[in-house]
Design a protein around this ligand. Structure first.
Ligand code: DUC
Ligand code: ZN
Ligand code: ZN
Length: 462
């Protein structure tokens, strides 16, 4: 059998196995896994790991916040940066704002993504205005269009849904086999303490962490899980940042509820001391929920090891450290007026590989599951994505597990002017990423064909 491309001599790893094999690719799909394969093109993968391309399942690309701030990455820069970070597929958000229809929202994001992304993509639909039309007509239509996940907020005045609206959305999602995702923080606690901090003149970035206490996350996760259990709907808690939150997810999973959890590198690698940097520098490390402390980091790693979390995602929410982003409200802005979020789409997998696999915290199989396979299953992309199997798309990341390099902003391909992980020395980097068999070495320029599209809405399998 002839192949367009063969990846020869590598060590292939999936979420279940590690084995030596050549991978034969034709028409953008894996058609052969075997020995001594031949192809028109050959990539020598000797001493390399051949992994399913990462699926970045939590990132904000070409997305405006409810107050109008735009992320610095669009679908071109965001997807290129994702690819350089070992990803061959991503699932950003399409954000409905109040007064917008769901179909209008998806059309808007199609116009932003179409022809721009260098890797395949789909969207999670943020539902901020669950009108009768949205619930009865537009969400089912979104599902038909290939959208298999909805996200809701329990905080942010312009985005949050109340418990009844949350139940409405969970019920529709359950009916159509979609997965609901939730930003779980107690809005009342955050608003109450924020007002007092600002009134007392405590406005610096460090007070952002104080205004989002762990108990705000714990209360909201507990409530979100209760609501999901009440209507027997699957629910994924995004960006879990506390041991208390992780324990609630773990307990719910042990009870048999269809509850899933996600954490992010910022909660594993950064602490609130980063918010104490001089002047407004701490703004670079502001995200919600906020980064915590080293005891939290250790606890979250243990939950990763124990299987509490199904995915580790970047929550790439890029706002530059200038007047277009973090400093849009001037150098004296209060922590309430500074955009929430930080970049990390390219650093997620090198961080997880280096400090997870190479540091002995997780196995290679866990890495593949957390970086690609579980997301593919949760979001209806499996088995086309997230695995190395005959028939799957040739979405493949080839890694040099021994390369040691520092994270440097000069090496990033996003549209950012800082990396929160600057200077961290990591071992294990992706060297070549293929998106349906197209791609090039991540050390060189990126030139795959454009026009990757949304996934067709397969049903979820996790
Ligand atoms: N939630 C996110 O998921 N990302 C950025 C900020 C936020 O509140
Ligand atoms: Zn969120
Ligand atoms: Zn996010």
């Amino acid at each position: 059998m002839t192949h367009d491309l063969v990846i020869r001599g590598g060590t292939v790893a999936t979420a279940t196995d590690t084995f030596r094999a050549d991978i034969g690719i034709r028409d953008g799909r894996i058609v052969t896994i075997g020995e001594a394969l031949n192809g028109a093109d050959v990539i020598d993968a000797t001493d390399r790991l051949v992994l399913p391309g990462g699926i970045e399942a939590h990132c904000h690309i070409a997305q405006e916040s409810a107050t109008g701030g735009m992320t610095s990455d669009d679908y071109e820069s965001g997807s290129i940066s994702a690819a350089f970070g070992g990803n061959s597929c991503f699932v950003p958000f399409a954000a409905q704002h109040r007064g917008m229809g769901v179909t209008e929202t998806l059309d808007l994001y199609d116009s932003r993504a179409g022809g721009a992304s260098v890797i395949d993509y789909s969207y999670h639909l943020i539902v901020a205005d669950p009108t009768e039309t949205a619930l009865r007509t537009e969400l089912p239509a979104a599902f038909e269009r290939g959208i298999t996940s909805f996200k809701v907020f329990m905080t942010y005045d312009l985005m949050k849904v109340d418990d009844g609206q949350f139940l409405d959305i969970l019920s529709v999602a359950r009916e159509y086999g979609a997965l609901t995702m939730v930003h779980a923080e107690n809005s009342g606690i955050i608003g109450w303490i924020s007002q007092r901090l600002v009134e007392a003149g405590h406005t610096a970035p460090r007070y952002h962490a104080i205004s989002h206490p762990a108990i705000a996350e714990e209360e909201a996760i507990n409530r979100a899980i209760s609501l999901a259990k009440f209507v027997d709907a699957p629910l994924l808690i995004v960006h879990v940042s506390t041991p208390e939150g992780a324990e609630l997810v773990q307990k719910a999973r042990l009870s048999g509820a269809k509850i899933f959890g996600e954490t992010c590198p910022q909660y594993l690698f950064l602490t609130r001391e980063d918010l104490d940097r001089p002047g407004m520098e701490g703004a670079k490390f502001m995200c919600s929920p906020p980064v915590r402390d080293s005891a939290t980091q250790a606890a979250l790693w243990r939950h990763i090891q124990a299987g509490t979390f199904s995915v580790v995602s970047s929550d790439h929410a890029p706002y530059r450290y200038d007047e277009t982003g973090k400093l849009a409200n001037g150098p004296d802005a209060t922590f309430k007026q500074i955009a929430n979020g930080m970049p990390g789409i390219a650093a997620r997998l090198p961080l997880l590989f280096s400090e997870g696999v190479n540091a002995g915290r997780i196995t290679l199989q866990q890495f593949v599951a957390l970086s690609a396979t579980n997301a593919a299953k949760l979001y209806g992309l499996h088995p086309r994505k997230g695995s190395i199997a005959v028939g799957s798309d040739a979405d493949i990341a080839i890694w040099d597990p021994a390369e040691t390099r520092k994270v440097r902003i000069e090496d990033q391909h996003d549209n950012m002017d800082y990396s929160p992980f600057e200077g961290m020395e990591l071992t294990g980097w992706p060297v070549t990423v293929l998106s349906r068999g197209n791609g090039s070495s991540t050390g060189a320029s990126w030139s795959p064909s454009r026009g990757a599209g949304t996934s067709s809405g397969a049903t979820r399998s996790t």
